[in-house]
Design a protein around this ligand. Structure first.
Ligand SMILES: [Zn+2]
Length: 215
C-alpha cells in the first residue's frame, strides 16, 4: 500500500498529531508534531519516510511547541498559513505534494485567524486541527470569531464529500476520528440550522456539556 497515515497521541490536552506519507516515494510530512517531536521523527524513520515539511494547522502553542525540534530532527521546512511567516506558506487553496499524494490547504479562520485544514483527496483524509472535533468544534473568544468559525465550517462542508474522514487536533470525542457525514448527523454544532443557533449553542455549551455528560 502506498499511503502511510498515522494518528499520533503527542501529549498535552489529548493532542493528536499526524504522520502522512507516500511509501513508494519515501516522502512524508508531520502535522502538528507537538510535545513529543522525537516520537514523530521515530515513526517517520520506522516507515522509511524522509520528512519534507512540518505543517501546522494553526499557531496555538499546543500545536507548534515541537516545531523547532521536529525541524532539526528531520531537516524539513515549516509549512503553515502565511500569517506565521513559514518557509513554505500555504494560503487558501494551496497544494503541497507528498510523493504522489496531494494535500490541499483550506483557510478556515474562527478558532484562530491563521487556521488551516488539510485535505488529501485520493484517500479523502481531512485533518481538521481545532476547527472540527468529533462531536464539537473549536473554542472561540467572542461572537465575531464564532460567526467567522460558522462561516468556515459551512464553507468546508461544501468543499469536502460526506465520506471524507475527520482527523482532529484533540481526542475530545467518543472516538478518535469520524466522517463528515457522521458529524453532520450527530455533531450538535453542525446540526444548528443557522448562525444564530450556532452562537446560542456556543453560549450554552458549558450547561449542554454537563447535561450530556461530556468531558
Ligand atoms: Zn487551538
Amino acid at each position: 500500500m502506498r499511503l502511510v497515515f498515522e494518528q499520533i497521541r503527542s501529549g498535552g490536552d489529548r493532542n493528536f498529531g499526524y504522520l502522512l506519507g507516500d511509501r513508494e516515494a519515501g516522502a512524508g510530512v508531520l502535522i502538528d508534531p507537538s510535545y513529543s517531536p522525537e516520537t514523530f521523527a521515530e515513526r517517520a524513520k520506522a516507515q522509511s519516510l524522509t520528512i519534507t515539511h512540518v505543517i501546522n494547522t494553526h499557531s496555538h502553542p499546543d500545536h507548534t511547541n515541537g516545531n523547532e525540534r521536529a525541524l532539526s530532527l528531520t531537516g524539513a521546512v515549516l509549512a503553515a498559513h502565511p500569517m506565521l511567516r513559514p518557509s513554505a506558506p500555504l494560503d487558501d487553496g494551496a497544494t503541497l505534494n507528498v510523493g504522489a499524494l496531494r494535500l490541499t490547504a483550506h483557510h478556515v479562520p474562527g478558532h484562530c485567524a491563521d487556521h488551516l485544514v488539510l485535505y488529501e483527496s485520493v484517500h479523502r483524509l481531512l485533518i481538521t486541527g481545532d476547527l472540527l472535533f468529533v462531536g464539537k468544534v473549536g473554542g472561540t473568544q467572542n461572537d465575531a470569531d464564532a460567526r467567522t468559525e460558522w462561516r468556515s465550517l459551512q464553507r468546508l462542508l461544501t468543499l469536502v464529500p460526506g465520506d471524507a474522514t475527520v482527523w482532529p487536533g484533540h481526542d475530545y470525542g467518543v472516538r478518535p476520528s469520524s466522517t463528515i457525514a457522521l458529524e453532520r448527523e450527530t455533531n450538535p454544532f453542525l446540526l444548528c440550522p443557522d448562525e444564530a443557533a450556532f452562537l446560542r449553542l456556543k453560549a450554552e455549551w458549558p450547561q449542554v456539556k454537563q447535561r450530556l455528560g461530556l468531558k
